[in-house]
Design a protein around this ligand. Structure first.
Ligand code: NDP
Length: 287
């Protein structure tokens, strides 16, 4: 466990950095676990503008912070400032968790473990019968999801994205199991998919809705929407009405926090119904 101390002299001091960062639920999640386990330590929210990112990393090097979660817009830009990356962070090309190994700062990507852990919890054994997946989106979250699906042996991952060049770039990066698909062709891929994941921002509060024709959805298809505001998106509601196994985005958010907490505070925390209810209330209360 890391020995960086917070100013009160009690336990490791950790934070989430972003710009803006006020919407982050990470302080709520880590604060819950710190209290639950009666641990000394702290977790705070820190607004770090892009030009201040090197200074923040310097503060980590000086031991002011034991660890950090990293959110928009720093997930890629922090990479050259760190000493090494985990295998997943290298493959995905983005970091959302930083921890220390001796004097070295290591970047990890726990979006992928969060995505997989929540899938495992919601649809146990899902990967036994899942061969073909359809991923909507080709941004940072989609990269993590594709990496996770490939790591579980999924043989075909179709990626549909509004900007086709981004889907093509992902196919080049991840190899022949990943196939780019024009955004207009996404409905054609529904019938062949054992799992559909929405990794676009469509369907999020304040964003346009995701138009996807589910009439040819396979029975038992898993539909995972990583958007978590609202908790039940139109996609999830329509998929549930058609008998799909639905997986929401809130669980991914909760499970992705496990890796950092474990590294920084030395205890593997649990994603409990109580924690879920706490964060759900916060999400639902948001303006
Ligand atoms: P990015 O900005 O990297 O990617 C956004 C994606 O959405 C791109 O593929 C983009 O397409 C697509 N998109 C945006 N607007 C439209 C539109 N009008 N029509 C079609 N496609 C559109 O964001 P992230 O990958 O970081 O995040 C994506 C979503 O996932 C967000 O809603 C975020 O909140 C959620 N998320 C949830 C997490 C969780 O733990 N549950 C974790 C991380 C993210 P294009 O490339 O063409 O612009």
């Amino acid at each position: 466990m890391n020995q960086s101390r917070n100013p009160s002299g009690r336990g490791p001091r950790c934070c989430v950095i972003g710009h803006p960062v006020n919407q982050s639920r990470s302080p709520l999640i880590h604060g819950y676990w710190l209290e639950k386990h009666g641990l000394a330590g702290s977790y705070e929210r820190l607004d770090v503008a892009p030009e201040a990112l090197p200074d923040f990393v310097g503060m980590m090097r000086n031991g002011l912070f034991a660890g950090a979660n990293v959110t928009v817009p720093h997930k890629q830009d922090i990479i050259p400032l760190l000493d090494s990356l985990t295998e997943a962070a290298t493959a995905i090309g983005a970091v959302n968790t930083v921890y220390r190994e001796g004097d070295r700062l290591v970047g990890e990507n726990s979006d992928v473990t969060g995505f997989l852990a929540h899938l495992d919890a919601s649809a146990a054994g899902w990967d036994r019968n899942c061969q073909a997946a359809l991923v909507l989106g080709a941004g940072g979250a989609a990269r993590g999801i594709i990496h996770g699906l490939l790591s579980r042996g999924i043989t075909q991952v179709h990626v549909a994205n509004r900007d086709p060049a981004r889907a093509e770039a992902l196919a080049r990066a991840f190899g022949p199991r990943v196939m780019p698909l024009g955004w207009d062709l996404r409905n054609d891929a529904v019938a062949g998919a054992d799992l559909i994941a929405n990794a676009t921002s469509l369907g999020m509060k304040g964003q346009p809705r995701l138009e996807l024709d589910l009439r040819r959805l396979r029975p038992g298809c898993i539909v995972d929407d990583i958007v978590y505001v609202p908790l039940e998106t139109d996609l999830l509601r329509m998929a549930r009405d058609r008998g799909a196994v639905t997986v929401d985005g809130l669980g991914m958010l909760l499970h992705q926090a496990v890796a950092g907490f474990t590294r920084w505070f030395g205890i593997v925390p649990q994603v409990t119904p109580e924690l879920r209810a706490l964060v759900q209330r916060d999400v639902e209360a948001a303006p």
